[in-house]
Design a protein around this ligand. Structure first.
Ligand code: NAD
Length: 324
């Protein structure tokens, strides 16, 4: 679907971190947005500035129940799911249901309108990867009964269900495998490394790095991630397509960078690593470049500075938890 053809989009999970940025970009393109969220891990505060704006509607609803939108819909972005380890370990069954029942309902909604569905999947489908960097052809290394499986397997099932609807029922779908993404509107207590390090550094508390800090992630600024989701929506690619930054860094390096950019003299301390925590994470983004003409544009220092500025404005102080 080309940009001009898109008139109205449903964004499930639109009141979350990534979803709220996606709603903003869609409205900027002149696309009406129906944001569906039950606020399990998001908040109406994330989209309060959009409420009352022409073309934006917020519906409080749980996507594990059928979701119906009476106006015609061209696109459904299915983002509704707990996404941070702290959240999905707190909401294990809800997370599995958002990936299974929620994806079923999002697909049904899309099919009822003849709309394209874009599924927000995750690099976690690769588990603790044995292939490096991770290409879309890699099947993953996931512990199906470990605590993290509630997220990993929910997304693997969501991908499988989406492909079955595509193959068997002709659904128009695109699957994005999103790698770690960061930016304004992450919750300071969501347990992910970037907000945790920034909160701790700004509060002058110890910056807590898990394990020896040599595990790596590739972090992508949210504006780039959202551009990737929109590029996938605009294309007719089915995917899955990796959407992430190929700029990999260790968690200890990230902690040092945050300390420098915040001007903090917080000490760096080490805490235990969570079970099944992946050691390496780096996407091969060749497919995204070829199929979608997409590549990240925001340099890491720039993205972190924007995120730090946002946290500085809004942050209170709080107790530290180790990042996961
Ligand atoms: P988030 O927790 O900020 O947003 C998720 C939103 O979904 C929240 O607003 C939450 O209230 C809503 N939600 C959860 N269950 C729901 C339900 N049953 N019904 C309706 N709404 C529900 O997380 P995020 O970081 O913005 O992630 C958004 C999506 O992108 C998720 O699907 C996540 O798996 C995927 N993703 C994110 C990242 C990342 O680094 N942020 C990486 C990979 C994949």
């Amino acid at each position: 679907m080309t940009q001009g053809q898109m008139r109205r989009a449903v964004v499930t999970g639109g009141a979350g971190f990534v979803g709220s940025h996606l709603c903003e970009r869609l409205l900027e393109r002149g696309v009406d947005v129906v944001c569906v969220d039950n606020f399990a891990t998001g908040s109406p505060d994330n989209v309060r500035h959009l409420c009352g704006r022409a073309g934006f509607r917020l519906i409080e609803a749980d996507v594990t129940r059928p979701v119906w939108v009476t106006e015609h819909v061209d696109l459904v972005f299915h983002l509704a799911s707990a996404a941070s380890p702290v959240d999905y370990l707190r909401l294990p069954v809800e997370t599995l249901e958002a990936g299974s029942l929620g994806t079923r309902n999002a697909l049904r909604l899309a099919r009822a309108h003849g709309a394209r569905l874009v599924l927000a999947s995750t690099s976690e489908v690769y588990g603790d990867p044995l292939e490096y960097p991770q290409r879309e052809t890699y099947w993953g290394n996931v512990n199906p009964v470990g605590p993290r499986s509630v997220y990993d397997e929910a997304k693997r099932y969501a991908e499988s269900l989406t492909m079955a609807h595509h193959r068997d029922r002709g659904a128009d779908v695109g699957i994005a495998r999103i790698f770690n993404c960061y930016g304004p509107r992450m919750r300071p207590d969501d347990g992910r490394a970037v907000p945790t390090f920034i909160r701790q550094a700004l509060a002058g508390e110890p910056v807590t790095v898990a394990g020896d800090g040599m595990q790596t992630r590739s972090i992508c600024y949210v504006d780039d991630t959202v551009r990737g989701l929109l590029a996938l929506a605009d294309s007719d690619a089915t995917g899955p397509v990796n959407i992430g930054s190929a700029h990999e860094l260790s968690m200890i390096r990230l902690a040092e960078l945050v300390r420098t950019l915040t001007g903090s003299d917080s000490p760096i301390t080490f805490v235990g690593r969570p079970q099944d925590d992946p050691r390496f994470r780096r996407p091969d983004t060749t497919l995204a470049a070829e199929l979608l003409g997409w590549r990240p544009e925001v340099a890491m220092d720039e993205g972190l500075e924007r995120t730090i500025a946002w946290f500085r404005e809004r942050l209170g102080t709080g107790a530290s938890e180790p990042p996961q």
